[in-house]
Structures are given as C-alpha cells and as structure tokens.
Ligand binder design. Structure first.
Ligand code: ATP
Length: 629
C-alpha cells in the first residue's frame, strides 16, 4: 500500500508549534469572512453560559434565605428565574445549531469545491505519483474536521473560557483561599492539556493518511474487480485491506489511550481538589466564616470551572483534528496548478497544426532520462505514426505533445511557438485524444459524446454520431442516445466504446489529433465501422498515431521508429521498407507471425502478405490486420 500523496510520517512533537503557526493563518483566512456569524454565535454562547450560572447561584438563596431564614415568599420568584434561565439556555443552544453548525457545513462544501477544482488543475505528473482513492479521501474527508473549527467547537472553546473566568470571580468572592486551591488545579490541568495536544495531533494526522491509504486501495480493488477475480486474488486483496485496517485500528487505539489517560488524570484531579475543597469548606462553615449556602454554591461554581476546562480538552482534541485536516488540505491547495505556470501565458488562436520536436529529452524523474534528443517535424494536416517496442517512449512523446509534461531539454513547437509558453486552455481546446482505453463516464451516450464540447447543438451531436456510426447501435437501445453506459462504459462493447470516443473527437473538431490505436482485435464489421469514422476524423488534422495496425502505418505521411527513447528511423512505409533497416525487420517479423497465425503451412507463399492487408478505411479484404507492437 503506497503512501498517500503529500504523505510522509506524522510530525514529531518538536515541529508541532511550527506547523500550528503554519496552519493558523489558513484557519483565520476561513474564519475571517465569517466573523459576523462567529460573533453572533459567541453572543449566543455567552447568554447561554450566563444562564447556566443562574441555577447554582439560586441554590445559595434557596438554602440560606428560603430554608435558613424561612423567607418562603422568595421561593416562587427564584424558581421562576431558574425556569426562565433554563428556557433561554435551550433557545440559545437551538440558535447555535441553526447558525454555526449550518455555516460549518457550508464551509465544508466550499472547501471541497475548492480542493476538487484545484486538484483538477494539477499536472499529470502529480497524478502519476498519487493514489486515486487517497485523493478522493483528501477531497471528501480531510475537510470534514473543519466543521469543528467553525461549528460550535471554536465558540464553545471561547464560551468555556468565559464561563471559567466568571466562575473564578464568583469563587474568589466566597473564599480566596479555597479559590487558590482550585486555581492550582486548573494550572495542573492546563499543563496536561498542553501535553495531550502535543501527543494527539500527530496521531490524528497519521490517521488521516492511513484512512486515505486504506480507502485508496479499496477503491482500486473495487475498480479492478475483474483483474482481482481473474487472478483469484480476492484473498490477497482482503489480506492487504485487513493489514490497512489493523494499522488504522492501532492508530485509533492510541488516540483512545491518550484520551482515556487524559480523562483519568482529570478525574483524579477533580477528586483530589473536591476532597480538599470540602475539607476547607466544612471547617469554614463550622467556624462561621461562610454559610452553608456559600459552601454548596462554591461546589457548584467549582463544577462550572472544572466542566469548561474538561470541555476545553475535548474541544481541543476536535480542533487538533480540524487543524490536521486543514494542514493536509492546504498542502494540496498550495501545489501549483499547471495553468498557473508563470511561463504559460502566451495566447494562441486556432493553430494550423504544424508540430516540431527539437532535440527533446525528457525524464519522469531526474535519475532516468527516457527520451534522448528527439527531433522531427509534422506538417499541418499530415499523419505521423509512432512505432517501436514496448517502453520505447511512444506514449511519452504523445504526453509531451499533449503538454501533460514539459521537456527537460529541447523544445516542442506548435506553429513555431514553444508549447511550454502557451496557455494550456488555448492549446488543449484544439487537441483531440482517442485513446486505446476509451474512457467513458457513467452517463448517457449523449453525455459522453458531448463531453468534448458541452455547448454543441443536438444536430451537431447527431452528425458526429452518424459519422462515427454511434447511431447504429444507439438506435437499437430502447432509450437511444439517453442510454446510460455504466461506469467506464461497461455496458458497451469495446468497439461501441471506441465509436463513442471517435464521435466525441469529431465533435471537438481538433486541429491536432492524438490516436492511440486499439490493439484488441475487433470483429471485422466493427473494425470497418471504426475505420470509416477514423478516416473522417483524420481528414485535415495533424494526427499522431501510436500505431498497431499496418493499415494506419501504410497510410501515414511519416513513420517514426522509436527505440530506447531515440528516433532510429523516419520515413514513409515504402521508404522504410526499401531501406531494409529496423522498420523492415519489425515489419517482416510481424508478417511472419501473422502468416503463422492465420495461414495454413505453405499457403502464405502464394502471394505477398502485405497485399492482403486492408488499407485504412478501405473495407475490402477482411484479413485481420497484423499488429505492429
Ligand atoms: P508501450 O508501447 O508499452 O505503451 P511506450 O513506447 O509507449 O510503451 P512509454 O510509456 O513512453 O513507452 O515509456 C517509456 C519509458 O518511460 C519506459 O521506460 C517507462 O517505464 C517510463 N515511464 C512511462 N511512464 C512513466 C511514469 N509516469 N513515471 C516514470 N516512468 C515512466
């Protein structure tokens, strides 16, 4: 199970203060626009807490005046005040839930939106290093803790401090000596809290990372259920998941241990301080220094002092969690989106589609260069085929062309302009991509075609679908274009998925087209329909094909033969065959393979194999096309 993005080990306690300082400005940035709401919440909390003092205070008068001095006429007014205070307390609690809790949920919403939007603008290289499920978890779960920051958490925190201060004043009025004992307790408690925060925060941070990892792996194993079942790996996947869950459980246990230890120490402290206060109080009542009512009310106020301090621990834990989540969220938000690259500011209009690679080298990571000084030119409207063994660098060339990556040396130019300086929106609008692994979303056929140009009219969609022969199968579904294709298009055949992706590219009307041809052999009818759609799509566009089919290669204006990150040959199909070099070798080997695969021994000698291969889009001979890598 790989570490989550931006992972790393949980921070050591020593670095804690620094990271708190780093996170607070972000917390403040979120809270600042909501200060009015926070002030309102704080006001409600204050009223709430003051009302909470009414009941203990009234006890003194009930004991000393109503019971002690038999002033029965005070009973009902005192009870009336207590009832009114309780009602106000209830109302303010309701008001807090309505205002702050809802605002906190709105904040979570806003943060999720921001994180997702930011994530989408991060470069492909970031996704190469990240785990899908872990990213999902960062968008959905990491921001959750923020609820405690704005929700009642922060206000309760402030409210508790205020209550504690008021209680302290009231205690002092009754007995300064007993109050000093109580304050000693609070000081000891504050030290425990400070210590606990230091212990808890890294554990919470680690929990978020573990959560992201476990969710990530789970997402992968669900998405790849066919591979898991195909290799009978259910048990292994379950074991990996169990391992992740165990780590998570250990982490939760550590939090529970720390929380239980805190609880235990606070209870012991409460017990000790309670006994001391009762001892001092009873001796004072007996000596007549304070009344019985004073003693009772002192204990109740003491409760008001202790309860908020205990609450501060709970809230502090929640706030720690919120901060840990915020820290991870902002780690993501601080990554530079590809669109904000300072170099990429050059606007370009509609391109003609002239592409040039000038001595382009590229390394995914500094240690290993995978492309070495690649140079070639593609005139507008021409087709360039890339062939070569697996790992030769074909997809990497395409990745550079799509501006997913920037060369580590050399320049990729489009219409003479360095692609590294061009605004990505301007360029990608003119780029069409038809990939081997057609990516469909779980929407309708129409949604998937419209994906490339959502504002296209229905007539345009119909036309693209007709050219790509989507209409033929969509028409057979009861719901036509509104048929839902299932996650990644599982409800469609491979050929149908490809036809949708061709319709999508036709609708986009790109100047530059990237085609990663399907290697999977399709039935000949499907194949012919796809070829027809493709032929239309290719017309007038600068096309780059990772070629697997001879048909495409034969029609290409130039073929680049790549090997170990270098262009070893370049020319048309005829030129390269005549040269009898690497391409000739690859080609004849493929031919040999095909002959063995499709023809009976001896049969192949009857006529040259190449003649049997259908030219792109031509229909005709139905000999299955041999694949060239
Ligand atoms: P295939 O035909 O098998 O798809 P290819 O010719 O398209 O292969 P590339 O995918 O371009 O080859 O890979 C070229 C080299 O770059 C390989 O050595 C590969 O291991 C490496 N590589 C590809 N993608 C990454 C990546 N995201 N991170 C690191 N290395 C990569």
């Amino acid at each position: 199970m790989g570490a989550g993005p931006g992972g790393g080990s949980a921070r050591a306690g020593g670095k804690l203060d620094k990271s708190w300082r780093e996170v607070w400005p972000h917390a403040w940035e979120l809270l600042k626009p909501r200060w009015g709401m926070l002030a309102y919440g704080f006001g409600l909390m204050l009223v709430n807490r003051v009302c909470g003092l009414v009941l203990p205070t009234s006890s003194k008068y009930l004991i000393d005046n109503v019971i002690g001095h038999k002033q029965v006429n005070l009973l009902l007014p005192i009870l009336g005040i207590v009832l009114a205070a309780t009602a106000v307390q209830g109302l303010t609690t309701y008001g807090l839930a309505q205002s702050l809790s809802k605002e906190a949920q709105r904040l979570i919403n806003e943060l999720r939106r921001r994180v997702q939007a930011h994530l989408a603008r991060l470069p492909v290289s970031f996704y190469d290093k990240s785990n899908t499920g872990a990213l999902v978890s960062r968008v959905m779960s990491d921001v959750e803790g923020v609820r405690n920051l704005l929700g009642t958490g922060l206000v309760q925190f402030a409210g508790s401090i205020v209550t504690a201060l008021i209680a302290l004043g009231l205690l002092w009025r009754i007995s300064p000596a007993m109050t000093v004992v109580a304050v000693g307790f609070v000081a000891a408690f504050s030290w425990t809290i400070r210590h606990s925060f230091g212990v808890l925060r890294p554990i919470f941070r680690e929990r978020r990372m573990l959560n992201a990892e476990v969710t990530g792996r789970l997402t992968e194993s669900i998405a790849g259920v066919r591979v898991v079942k195909g290799y009978h790996a259910e048990e292994r996947e379950a074991a990996v998941f169990r391992g992740g869950l165990d780590k998570l459980l250990q982490n939760v246990f550590r939090t529970l241990n720390a929380a239980a230890a805190m609880d235990l120490s606070s209870r012991v402290l409460v017990g000790v301080v309670g006994a001391l206060v009762w001892y001092m109080g009873v001796t004072r009542v007996l000596s007549g220094a304070i009344t019985l009512g004073d003693l009772v009310v002192f204990n109740l106020y003491l409760g008001l002092l202790v309860a908020p301090v205990t609450q501060i621990v709970g809230i502090g834990t929640q706030l720690s969690e919120a901060m840990a989540g915020l820290e991870r969220t902002y780690e993501l938000l601080h990554m530079t989106p590809e669109t904000e690259d300072a170099r990429r500011q050059r606007h370009i209009g509609r391109v003609r589609g002239e592409v040039a690679f000038d001595s382009v080298s590229f390394a995914y990571d500094e240690r290993q260069e995978v492309l070495h000084g690649i140079s070639f030119r593609a005139a507008p409207g021409t087709m360039t085929a890339l062939v070569g063994p697996s790992g030769a660098g074909k997809s990497t060339v395409i990745g550079l062309l799509a501006a997913f990556y920037t060369p580590t040396a050399g320049v990729v130019r489009v219409d003479g302009v360095d692609l590294a300086e061009v605004r990505l929106e301007d360029y990608r609008n003119q780029l069409g991509v038809v990939l081997q692994e057609t990516f469909l979303f779980d929407g309708s056929v129409r949604d998937n075609v419209l994906f490339s140009r959502p504002q296209a009219s229905e007539a345009e969609v119909q036309r693209a679908c007709a050219i790509a022969h989507v209409d033929e199968f969509a028409g057979r579904f009861p719901k036509g274009y509104d048929t839902v294709v299932g996650e990644r298009g599982v409800k469609l055949s491979g050929g149908q998925r490809q036809r949708i992706s061709i319709a999508r590219a036709i609708l986009a009307d790109p100047a530059i087209l990237i085609l990663d041809e399907a290697t999977s052999s399709l039935d000949s009818e499907s194949e012919a329909l796809i070829q027809e759609g493709l032929q239309y799509l290719l017309r007038g566009r600068t096309t780059f094909v990772i070629a697997h089919r001879l048909s495409t290669i034969r029609a290409a204006d130039q073929i680049l033969v790549l090997e170990a990150g270098r262009v070893v040959e370049c020319g048309t199909h005829g030129e390269l065959l005549a040269r009898e070099g690497r391409y000739f070798e690859l080609y004849t080997r493929q031919q040999g393979l095909e002959r063995n695969r499709f023809l009976a021994p001896g049969e192949g000698e009857a006529e040259p194999e190449t003649e049997k291969v259908r030219v792109a889009g031509g229909g005709g001979e139905e000999m299955p096309n041999p694949e060239l890598y």
